[in-house]
Write a protein that binds this ligand. Structure first.
Ligand code: CUA
Length: 152
């Protein structure tokens, strides 16, 4: 697991994203302690309702669950020109999350939450793909991210 964690962090730095596996970014997520979450109990966390939300302070957070062989939500809507902190975890096995056309590329490990903050500048639709072999449906594990003007 230490090796996997190292690879995840290394991949994240290489790709220019910054996961807060230890929660040092200050984003408190209910049910998540020090970047760890029980994959059997995602229903008791914000991952129970995947998608983007606006917090009381105006910031945006998005929760994404990877499971064989899909991402939830199937279409993640984010606002254009606003920083959004994306949290992703796995409900089962190790997956990857890569947003095609960006430098976002992180390993998704059951029991851990990878978080990163990014701003999508332009409206449009991007493909989100799993780039970590996860089983027979791996190659079909694709979802969409839509960047929209206005609240998601
Ligand atoms: Cu999920 Cu490959």
């Amino acid at each position: 697991m230490v090796v996997l964690l190292f690879v995840a962090v290394l991949a994240s730095f290489v790709s220019g994203t910054y996961p807060s596996l230890t929660g040092e970014s200050g984003h408190h997520v209910a049910g998540v302690r020090n970047g760890r979450v029980d994959p059997r109990l995602l229903g008791a966390t914000p991952f129970a309702t995947p998608g983007t939300r606006q917090n009381a302070d105006g910031t945006y957070e998005a929760f994404v669950v990877a499971r064989a062989f899909q991402f939830e939500p199937a279409v993640l809507k984010v606002p254009a020109g606003q920083p959004v902190t994306i949290h992703v975890t796995s409900a089962d096995v190790m997956h990857g999350l890569m947003i095609v056309g960006t430098n976002i590329n992180t390993t998704v490990i059951p029991g851990q939450v990878s978080s990163f903050t990014t701003t999508f500048r332009r409206e449009g639709t991007l493909d989100v793909i799993c780039n970590e072999y996860c089983g027979s449906g791996h190659h079909g594990m694709i979802s969409r991210l839509t960047v929209e003007v206005g609240p998601p």
